[in-house]
Design a protein around this ligand. Structure first.
Ligand SMILES: [Zn+2]
Length: 281
């Protein structure tokens, strides 16, 4: 049985009209006390994010990973396996911190990173691919095709939607199965679009269905089929970019958040600080 620690690595400030929306970036440390797994490796640091994507950020980079892993009592050198849910910049930037670990990624995701749909070109950074190519030991990279039982208690599901080679780990814990869904429905409102606990704008006609995220490579039907398949295979879902996700699972356990409080993606963030620092440059 595994425990899951959420690593809060930083935030992106996404321009939205005149405002900036805060977008939290997470990775997950998953361990049964013997095997140490990292699900995703986070975003570039503040300077790199601004230079490469033209957006403001806080945290990120290798420092935030080292610090948050340290808070879990471990360090990058102790990680055995990295599950890359997909290769977007905010999930797969810091691979070089883990030269000894085996990176597990869907083969179709690597192909898509080389030649993405046009709307996603900005999300794949060449350093991520170079980092995969540079993994010297054959044991340092495992490309997989489709659903795979990685080990007892950790199943990988290939779930196209956000990207063609997206994969979601289903992790067994003492309370049940947890799907770390990453960007396949990156907020609770995508999974429970009719539930007033999950969204400030419940859509009753969506009861029992799923709201695909705005960034997608596949059709809405394919995306929703992937979400339905994941929901059927787990007890709770943990979306990647929601402020309300549990910090330690199964100690903290809920299917739907208690309220919409903290779902800042709905509200315009106070960006006076960010605007001020930008003006000061
Ligand atoms: Zn993504």
């Amino acid at each position: 049985m595994f425990e899951i620690h959420t690593l809060r690595l930083g935030e992106l400030m996404i321009p939205q009209g005149e405002s900036l929306l805060r977008d939290p970036i997470h990775a997950w440390y998953v361990t049964d006390g013997t095997t140490r797994i990292l699900v995703d490796v986070g975003m570039p640091g503040v300077e790199e994010t601004r230079r490469r994507l033209g957006i403001a950020a806080t945290g990120g980079g290798p420092d935030s990973l080292v610090r948050t892993l340290g808070e879990c009592g471990t360090d990058p050198g102790a990680i055995d396996i990295i599950i890359a849910t997909h290769l977007h910049f905010d999930h797969a930037w810091n691979l070089d911190l883990f030269p000894q670990a085996c990176v597990v990624v869907q083969r179709d995701e690597v192909f898509h990173a080389v030649d993405p749909v046009a709307t996603q070109r900005i999300y794949y950074l060449r350093e991520t691919l170079l980092s995969l190519l540079a993994r010297k030991k054959p044991s340092g990279l495992r490309l997989i095709d489709g659903d795979v039982d990685l080990m007892p208690g950790v199943r990988l599901m290939k779930v196209p939607g956000h990207t063609p080679g997206m994969q979601v780990p289903i992790v067994s814990t003492t309370k049940g199965k947890v799907a770390l869904v990453s960007d396949l429905g990156d907020h609770y409102r995508c999974w429970f679009p009719a539930d007033p606990r999950a969204t400030e704008h419940p859509m009753r006609f969506m009861t029992g269905s799923y709201l695909p995220g705005a960034i997608r490579s596949e059709s809405e039907r394919v995306y929703q089929d992937s979400m339905a398949r994941v929901q059927a295979a787990c007890d709770i879902v943990i979306p990647a970019h929601d402020f309300r996700i549990p910090s330690h699972i199964p100690a903290e356990w809920f299917e739907v958040p208690a309220s919409t409080r903290g779902d800042l993606s709905h509200s315009k963030a106070d960006h006076s600080k960010a605007a001020h620092s930008k003006a000061a440059e």
